[in-house]
Design a protein around this ligand. Structure first.
Ligand code: ZN
Length: 456
């Protein structure tokens, strides 16, 4: 491999290739990253292509790195060349008339949002890692987050992209059109494939009008069956303005509103569910009145037990901060995090079944549940046992077995990575997996691109 490292140095310049201790020091992120053989930091698509040509020839594994904030060990790069897009972080162009932005894959999500904002436009993807996650990573994982109910997942926010295949072929598919049915839509091969089919280098993003109003409320709801009723009813009454419908089960709400958490409870404890409701629209005065009357109707018909409306930007942020304060679970460490999808009609029974199974095995279990209910996506954080591998396997069995029978998904938005490989078949049938493998075989016959991820 010394020859390969030498060739990479000659190709990119020594400052673009980190080895040994330097490479290990740069290997920090939210999950395990292993010990990469080297970290290479190309500055252009052509350099990415040249790196891949060399690695392809040498049969060397390559793992793309974005912000390394993924949660399923998709960036684990032990013994691999980690290809970091950190130097490809430019906004190439904003087309205000066409409402698109062309960016390099290493652009930080927050920078993209701020750039759109300064052009009076809006890039709607919003998630906790916004300050370090990159657009390339968001594309590779088909990121979701808080506003999917209104704007869709990353897949819906990408018009075109450029990616480099395992052998160094550049597929430049920088489409800017909303409508383009000229054959296969190749971008979808790369979106959500976790860097196993190609390395995304640039993208054309779809922007939206910048919302003028933001209205946020916290609701308390006492029975699960009311949740979808309230969801559908406010969707209707808000006329397309609904931008978030985040549900917190009571244990989670208690956790984030009890010291040492910074947050205090705007509505008393004791209700079964708390909903963070957000609407965004184009007219501050009218939208506020419409929001209040939509809530008043829910209180009047008895579906909502209590509600408070944020009266200022600061109050909006305080309510969102409760939902975002997931870090409070460290008080109950060790814990395991899950990200599942299932039909809303199955959720109440699913959570009850999981909770019972966990409690019967570990009587001191705390189970935190919250999520994007409108998208059918729940995050479950069981805080149990000793954090060992065996405990993790036992908890996974409980969470995923109950999901399998309900035709849910083992990954709503985080991806499969290394962590969920053995459960892929719970959510995809044999024919689907065979076609995925055939695609992988066609595009990466030497299995150098993020090998071992998604499939075992
Ligand atoms: Zn989420």
């Amino acid at each position: 491999m010394d020859d390969l490292i030498k060739a990479l140095n000659a190709l990119l310049g020594a400052d673009a290739v980190l080895e040994g201790v330097e490479a290990r020091q740069s290997a920090f992120g939210w999950g395990r990253l292993g010990k990469p053989l080297a970290v290479v930091r190309p500055k252009s698509t052509q350099e990415v292509a040249a790196v891949l040509r060399l690695c392809h020839e040498a049969g060397q594994a390559v793992v793309p790195w974005g912000g390394r904030t993924g949660l399923v060990e998709g960036a684990y790069a032990d013994g691999a060349v980690a290809l970091s897009l950190e130097r490809m972080n430019r906004v190439v162009e904003v087309d205000a008339a066409g409402a698109t932005m062309t960016v390099e894959a290493g652009c930080i999500l927050q920078q993209v949002c701020e750039t759109a904002d300064s052009s009076d436009l809006f890039f709607p993807l919003d998630l906790g890692a916004r300050g370090s996650a990159t657009i390339g990573g968001n594309i590779s994982t088909n990121a979701g987050g808080n506003r999917v109910i209104r704007y869709g997942m990353m897949r819906e926010l990408v018009l075109g992209l450029e990616a480099v295949l395992a052998d160094g072929t550049v597929i430049s598919s920088l489409n800017r059109l909303i409508k383009n049915n000229a054959g296969y839509d190749l971008k979808h091969i790369f979106i959500g494939s976790e860097g196993t089919l190609g390395i995304v280098t640039r993208a054309v993003l779809r922007l939206r009008p910048k919302p003028v109003s933001q209205n946020v409320a916290l609701l308390a709801i006492d029975s699960f069956e009311m949740l979808p009723r309230v969801l559908r009813s406010v969707e209707r009454s808000l006329g397309g303005m609904l931008s978030a419908f985040e549900v917190m089960w009571e244990d989670f709400y208690r956790l984030v509103t009890t010291p040492p958490a910074q947050g205090t409870a705007p509505i008393p404890h004791g209700h079964s569910y708390y909903v963070l409701l957000e609407a965004m629209g184009g007219d501050q005065a009218e939208d506020g009145a419409r929001f209040e009357s939509a809530l008043a109707a829910e209180l009047d018909n008895g579906q909502v037990a209590n509600a408070i409306v944020a009266k200022s930007k600061a109050e909006c942020q305080r309510l969102w901060a409760l939902r975002d304060d997931v870090a409070q679970v460290v008080r109950h460490a060790p814990f395991f995090t899950f990200d599942v999808s299932l039909p809303i009609s199955e959720m109440e029974e699913y959570v009850r079944e999981v909770r019972q199974a966990l409690l019967s095995r570990w009587p001191a279990t705390a189970l935190m549940v919250f999520g994007h209910l409108g998208d059918g996506n729940l995050h479950l954080i069981p805080c149990v046992g000793d954090g060992s591998h065996e405990t993790r396997a036992a908890v996974e069995n409980i969470i995923y077995d109950a999901l399998r029978s309900r035709r849910g998904s083992v990954s709503a938005e985080h991806g499969i990575g290394l962590e969920k490989r053995q459960y892929l078949s719970y959510s995809r049938n044999a024919q689907e997996i065979a076609l995925m493998r055939a695609l992988k075989q066609t595009l990466d016959p030497r299995n150098i691109l993020n090998p071992g991820k998604i499939f075992g």
